[in-house]
Design a binder for this molecule. Sequence first.
Ligand code: SF4
Ligand code: SF4
Ligand code: SF4
Length: 188
Amino acid sequence: MNENKNNPITRKKFLRMCGSIVAGATVVSVSGVMAKKAFSGQASYFWQIDPSKCTFCGRCETDCVLPVSAVKCIHANRVCGYCDLCGGYYRANVKDLNTAAENLRCPTGAIVRKYVEDPYFEYAIEEDLCTGCAKCAKGCNSFGNGSLYMQVKQELCKGCNECKIAKVCPSGAIQRVPMEKAYMLKDA
Ligand code: SF4
Ligand code: SF4
Ligand code: SF4
């Protein structure tokens, strides 16, 4: 795990970077993909998750038609508390706050933790490793402030006529929305 105390960045600098660059880049890249799909006539609607309805059931990982789900965890940096004891990063009731695999919620090592300054840590998602299991988002919403959440990544989604996950989602969180509707990001 990436936990570098020898090369810290200040919390202030980090918050500024996350707020303006990371969130902005996410919105821009998603908008670009949607615009490309719309322009090519591929789609005028797209599937997305309403983060306020998702109950982290795990079906996003198992029911997408793709071998690895198009649903990924997203981290809302501006919402995060940068906690040392992160409910999305650590399993409940861990004895030691170290990065041993048995202490961590993510089964694929997709959450990267980096030291900011005492007692703050930055958390980021390695999207290529994320399988969309929602275990981290469940932990963050149970013990933290819900800055980790799930969303359909448009650059990966096939835009199925009937989203297989939407059919089984127990909370009706996945909706087909018009292309012009804003992407549902917690820190947008
Ligand atoms: S199927 Fe629905 S409730 Fe379950 S993780 Fe996906 S969006 Fe959330
Ligand atoms: S716990 Fe699951 S949803 Fe969260 S980052 Fe890891 S693989 Fe993705
Ligand atoms: S529309 Fe298809 S590819 Fe996209 S999330 Fe749903 S099942 Fe997966």
